[in-house]
Design a protein around this ligand. Structure first.
Ligand code: ADP
Ligand code: MG
Length: 265
């Protein structure tokens, strides 16, 4: 199942953010969206998830305009973890994750309690939070809290998971923990992952495909090896970088200084 955009243009408060973006996200793959601050990455992700539908052009799921799909049907196929979520006060992890079951509930039909319970348990299991089920969300550490939000998105049992900078504010250990959870969902669960990442090395290590957003559009799309080059970092981020090969034989990008126009004269 493919998620795609066709000539997607978005203005926010009369300011052009994205112009005629046409992208296809390959099913079963992990795509990282990268680009400078303010380039429109979150705006793109929110449109992909129909959180913002004030756009021109189309967002398509299996070739069908998402505007023709009901909210609940869409939410059974696609879940998003936006940035900077705050939990309601006095809510437990289990109750938060249970919110993710909303697409399976209605006023008319009683929900399937067993299916709900199993989905919540599965989501907690995936995010290593089973023993945290009865804990207050506000008592969690940053890493645990982020996992709780991922679990809530997982309770939707989506085929496509969208994540906006899921490792922001986490220490490096917890960053890797979150990235490994995402990798596992993709590998064993075959979940399609579309994530905005600010860490270029995470993009390099944890994605199959990279989309670079710059100047209101797609600057480049391709494999990490093809896209994440020293030249691209200079052009897109204004940073001079070195590439190393680490002890695992993987390439690692290391910023050295500001490049070109951004260099201090
Ligand atoms: P990124 O995620 O790439 O850092 P965003 O998509 O958040 O960028 O924002 C892109 C641009 O849109 C920025 O210039 C930002 O200030 C602007 N923007 C974001 N949200 C709004 C909004 N609700 N109203 C007006 N402008 C916005
Ligand atoms: Mg953003």
């Amino acid at each position: 199942m493919a998620l795609a955009t066709k000539d997607l243009s978005i203005c926010l408060e009369n300011k052009l953010i994205l112009q005629r973006v046409s992208l296809t996200f390959t099913p079963g793959r992990r795509t990282a969206i990268i680009g400078p601050n303010g380039a429109g990455k979150s705006t793109l992700l929110r449109a992909l998830a129909s959180l913002n539908m004030h756009y021109e052009g189309q967002v398509l799921l299996d070739g069908l305009d998402v505007r023709q799909i009901s909210r609940k049907k869409l939410a059974r196929r696609l879940a998003i973890l936006p940035q900077g979520m705050t939990a309601p006060p006095d809510i437990t992890v289990g109750a938060l994750v249970d919110y993710g079951r909303f697409p399976y509930r209605s006023w008319v039909h009683a929900s399937d309690a067993k299916a709900d319970r199993e989905a919540v348990e599965w989501a907690l299991e995936c995010t290593h939070l089973r023993e945290f089920k009865h804990r207050q969300v506000r008592s969690l550490s940053g890493g645990e809290c982020q996992r709780a939000w991922i679990a809530m998105a997982l309770a939707q049992q989506p085929e496509i998971l969208l994540l906006d900078e899921p490792t922001t504010y986490l220490d490096i250990g917890h960053q890797l923990e979150v990235m490994n959870i995402i990798e596992e969902l993709n590998r064993s669960g075959k979940m399609t992952i579309i994530m905005v990442l600010h860490d270029i090395n995470h993009a390099l290590q944890y994605s199959d495909e990279i989309v670079v957003i710059k100047d209101h559009g797609v600057f480049a799309q391709g494999t990490p090896q093809d896209i994440l080059t020293v030249d691209m970092l200079a052009t897109v981020f204004g940073v001079k970088a070195d590439i190393f090969v680490n002890t695992q034989g993987a390439a690692v990008l290391s910023p050295v200084s500001l490049a070109g126009d951004r260099a201090v004269r």
